[in-house]
Design a binder for this molecule. Sequence first.
Ligand SMILES: O=C(CO)[C@H](O)[C@H](O)COP(=O)(O)O
Length: 262
Amino acid sequence: MTFDLSPIDRAKFVAARRSCNFVENGMRIGLGSGSTAAWMVRCLGERVRTEGLDIIGVPTSSRTADLARQLGIRVASLDEVKWLDITIDGADEFDENLNLIKGGGGASLQEKIVATASDRMVVIADVAKEVKALGAFPLPLETVPFGWQTTKALVEETLVNMDVLGREATLRMNDDVPFVTDEGNYILDLHLKRIGNPRQLSLVLNQIPGIVENGLFIDICDAVVIGHGDGTVEVRDFNAGTVTEEQIDILESDNIFADGDD
Ligand SMILES: O=C(CO)[C@H](O)[C@H](O)COP(=O)(O)O
């Protein structure tokens, strides 16, 4: 079987593979969710298996927890570990200040808690996720099911006074029933088109009763690994103040990943 990736999957894979260079023996690592993060978990699992890399992973979703366990990565809860060296996760959008929209996979609440409890957050993303202004991707709001329609109306009313281009909130569905998060909540997706002031919006949304958390990550991420379809990556490290470009080779031995899907 060959490891034949589409350009977008290759971009995700090389970003994920490169991000594993941030991981050292003995680290406690927040394991993100989504397809790019799943590649990262697979690459870490491979290092655990072949190098004996000694790490503890704190997963940000039940799906990531299942994958990490299957791959032999030692898994713990955030309460067991309390603080993490690093979190590596995907994103739906990122801007030049490394502010993010996350939650396309419905896991942004756990992702935000875990990333905030980490010395560093590294985002891994294909180049299409970079935007001038956040907001084309619908902003997820984790919402308590009780009274959600009233909460939705309040959110839409609040958006009238915000610097955004769209104001519609839609309940995320899973076939014919509401999508339910790992925390038992619903998700309202906000179709804002463009967010003028992400920091202010985040603060205002979190004031509305019934909103548990929103998918804006402000001042949380400090490095991004951007993957391209030709196998190159750009690493922007805000802490180190560096930007580097590298070619990541896909090896024959990477065939072990050929069955991966997420
Ligand atoms: O925030 C997330 C899940 O809640 C994901 O990280 C985000 O949706 C990106 O996913 P993918 O890597 O599959 O494009």
